[in-house]
Ligand binder design. Structure first.
Ligand code: PLP
Length: 457
């Protein structure tokens, strides 16, 4: 059994896939045993969840009859198990550093399965991308020149994208406005060692509508490129596909009912990730494909008629439901006015939105260590980490627990696979780095753990 904790009347229970729900309900002794063996926090990864997410996105694209290339944005999670799952489900990998690139290569990815869309590439990173013939999204004319200098004299043409900065993103430091793209196209057309593969953008925010507007801008530049006798093959729409962490209506009700007193800080954070998205990523993609571009064509029709592939680099949407973070309760301390602080073995880096002055708005799930449960009245508590820093808080939000948690109980943060988990972990106070393991089914379908490590191929 597991108990959700929440603010009475406006709870935010996480949406759980069945494998996770099963572990937390039917196999909770196993979870307690794993934490006893591997310590707290414990990060558990389900690589098959990423494969399911990949299949659902592919289905939406295939229904639309659109050629596509999906690259998993590996920066969302350090797990090699998730990178491996992406490769075996037919995705490529979007690598943003030399180290991500080397991991991808060790997992067997060749250049045709790799793209580098990040804006901050070093010379050494460029060089290894060139050496394996990986697709490079060029962020600026300066980067284009640096790349050209590195290309061997008689090399076969190196594939590049140009990153567009759409008109409504004029404050962004990423990408180039159309007026800068055009001279870059001309430069590429003059350089036999470069091959123009298409345009790329990656927008902040999560609406498909902004991607539609950017696609219209990209389409004009595709036409310009063709007029220069270049042969673009794709438009790459980046990432930012939404994830549904909690029920949309519950989320809206929660946000509407929030008050400063709901937080121990006495302040509502200025912004949150939209945890209660109206659309899951595959439906978001369907909306985009059906939306109308210029000349009365749908996005899907545009891509088909122009013989372009739709490329994308989802990070968060592919890691949806792929991991949980488990922390163990050390102590429940009484504060003033009938409130409590729950200390856990872990830190704000273990579920890290408080460092972005925000909150991970999913109710943690309590897995009690002992049964029968002690009978006690509900308590209100916030969650603090194991460091001496006042700001080391996992939840500034006051949480209501139907029974008082006990030392040794577990608190589970669900769906931490994207930008959470051990992304920002460190060894403060010499606490060792938390263990990260993959959960797979044994021959009987029971959950077992395997190392989350790179098996050399
Ligand atoms: C982070 C990032 C992504 C992935 O974004 P998600 O919101 O996780 O899908 C894709 N492309 C670029 C350029 C990025 O910086």
């Amino acid at each position: 059994m597991s108990l959700h904790c929440h603010k009475v009347g406006s709870d935010l229970p996480p949406i759980l896939r069945s494998a996770t729900a099963d572990l937390l309900t039917r196999h909770d002794p196993l979870l307690l045993d794993w934490v006893a063996r591997f310590g707290s926090p414990l990060n558990l990864v389900w690589p098959d969840a990423l494969q399911d997410n990949m299949a659902a996105l592919k289905t939406a694209l295939t229904e639309g009859g659109v050629e596509h290339a999906i690259y998993y944005g590996v920066k969302v999670n350090k797990s090699p198990g998730l990178m491996q799952a992406a490769l075996s489900s037919g995705a490529g990998l979007d690598v943003s550093s030399l180290y991500e690139l080397r991991d991808a290569r060790r997992l067997g990815a060749n250049g045709a399965r790799l793209v580098a869309t990040g804006p901050a590439k070093t010379g050494a990173f460029h060089q290894e991308l060139i050496d394996c013939n990986a697709l490079i999204s060029v962020d600026s004319p300066e980067e284009l020149e640096e790349l050209v200098v590195r290309l061997p004299a008689h090399a076969s043409p190196h594939p590049v994208l140009l990153r567009l900065r759409p008109r409504d993103q004029s404050k962004s430091r990423f990408g180039m406005p159309a007026e800068t793209i055009i001279p870059c196209l001309a430069r590429i057309a003059r350089e036999s060692r470069l091959r123009f593969d298409g345009l790329h953008f990656h927008l902040s925010g999560y609406g498909w509508e902004t991607r539609l507007a950017a696609l219209n801008e990209a389409a004009e530049l595709i036409a310009e490129a063709r007029a220069m006798r270049l042969s673009p093959r794709m438009i790459d729409i980046g990432g930012g596909l939404p994830v549904q962490y909690v029920d949309q209506l519950k989320y809206q009700a929660h946000i509407a009912a929030q008050t400063p007193e709901d937080y121990r800080t006495g302040k509502i954070p200025g912004s949150f990730y939209p945890y209660g998205s109206a659309l899951a990523a595959p439906d978001w993609l369907r909306r985009l494909l059906q939306a109308e571009m210029g000349e009365g064509r749908s996005v899907a029709t545009y891509f088909r008629q122009e013989q372009l592939a739709l490329a994308m680099e989802p990070g968060r949407a592919l890691a949806d439901q792929a991991a949980i973070t488990v922390v163990r309760v050390t102590r429940v301390k009484s504060l003033d006015a009938g409130t409590y602080v729950i200390f856990v073995e872990g830190s704000s880096f273990s579920a890290c939105e408080t460092w972005f002055a925000s909150e991970f708005l999913l109710d943690p799930i309590l897995v009690p260590a002992a049964r029968p449960l002690s009978v006690s009245s509900p308590i209100r508590a916030y969650l603090a980490g194991h460091s001496c820093l006042d700001e080391d808080v996992l939840s500034n939000r006051w949480l209501t627990f139907p029974v008082t948690p006990q030392a040794g109980d577990l608190l589970v943060f669900a769906n931490t696979g994207a930008y959470q988990m051990d992304l920002l972990e460190n060894e403060f106070h010499r606490h060792p780095m938390p263990v990260r393991l993959c959960v797979v089914g044994d021959a009987k379908g029971h959950p077992i753990l395997i190392p989350d490590a790179i098996e050399e191929v």
